[in-house]
Design a protein around this ligand. Sequence first.
Ligand code: ADP
Length: 487
Amino acid sequence: MFIVMVAAECAPVAKVGGLADVVFGLSREIEIRGHHVEIVLPKYDCMDYGQIWGLCVSYRDLWVPWFGGSVHCTVYFGFVHGRKCFFIEPHGSENFFNRGAFYGFADEPMRFAFFTKAALEFLFKSGKRPDVIHTHDWQTGLAPVLLYEIYKYHGMQDVRCCHTIHNFRHQGLSGQDVLFATGLGRPDYYMSPDRLRDDTHHASVNFTRAGIVYSNFVTTVSRHHAWEVRHTDFGNGLAHVLHVHQNKFGGIVNGLDYDYWNPDTDPWVARNYNASHLEPKYENKRALRERFWLRDGYKPIIAYVGRLDSQKGVHLIRHALYWALGNGCQFVLLGASPDGAIDHQFWELKRQLNDHPDCHLELRFDEHLAHLVYAGSDFVIVPSLYEPCGLTQLIGLRYGTVPIVRRVGGLADTVFDVAQYNGQGNGYSFDGIDPGSLESALVRAVGLWNHHPREFRKLIQTGMSQDFSWNRAGQDYVNIYEYIRHK
Ligand code: ADP
């Protein structure tokens, strides 16, 4: 099959969050399975150009219809760690992608509506006829609309569309002018409740809704989250339209890049190890203690690695810290906060606990240090209020660091509580958002570590031997592509 990914991000060249890792990891996995994959991205000025090999002009004069006129674009081609990527550079006066940042502008919906239109125009003009266009998140939600309402009538009638929603919080709302900009026009037709009209803001076009209504298949990033967005308010207003289209909607748990996250070859840990050669993990524990000035001793280390955002359950993270210190454990935290108030709280906490021999807070983003934290800790906590998929628990499992998680979204699909999954359990989970629920899991987890070391070791090995790589997710997506291709 020939698959084209259209997305706003791709790791490591244009990465803001997990979306970038999915686009890269999934593309590689699908290629491994013998399919041809090309990725279309905006040509941002702030990309990491050092990660692109052989950048050259691929299509010089692409004129993209826009607001009744057209915008001149150049399309570049380059390899990003083996992936074939096309980068669209518009030369219009809006300077859509030359602004020194990936996101954060007032005309965000227009920027990405333009990118989506340009991507389809590029496929059309360059004669590319993929079997499936796989689009990601709100930025590209208009792609299937353009495909089925415009490009289908220009020879692209056999192309199918799969749309993945990574985050329901951001849906892309725009005024109706976007319909005229992209050549769709006809607001009376598109602004109906069964097409693009937002269910709450009736004057707005909702890009994510567009992706749901018009795609041949829609996915989100875990099975449990697919349920949550239809049955709870995690769908942020899209539950109804997802119900209507439930026959073409499902959840696929993201994979983890097992080459990059591999304790056996990881250059950023103190000593490499694997499931059958676990002893060196304890040297990582020693190295982590040294790095964070923690005292040596017979105590488990509980870690938190991640953004300090309200989504992540900051009150539970704080509670876990105090619980750990009061119950003979050590606690380490590696996290940065985009939120000023939360940032301030944690700096204050750090100041209070600065000289504590069993606790360290590292309040910044440090990719390499994260590897040592995962390798050197005994437990990693993920008490999120909601979590579409989550990578932290998957990295924990891969590094023999037992996850303690709240049973939501992708956490519920990947962490199996030892109390429920006899022999196949790989961690601990709890349901409530109250401190007591978290504590019940902590007590059980630390109890096993303290009193049943042999059982604890088995638990580590069970987690390490489970497969959360892209292998399964890759095959699931290929099955979806095959399914929609023949519809
Ligand atoms: P989200 O995408 O909501 O931030 P995920 O669990 O999906 O959460 O992914 C978080 C990823 O970012 C993990 O790989 C985690 O290790 C990494 N990460 C988050 N904060 C930090 C930090 N301060 N330093 C290093 N890595 C971090």
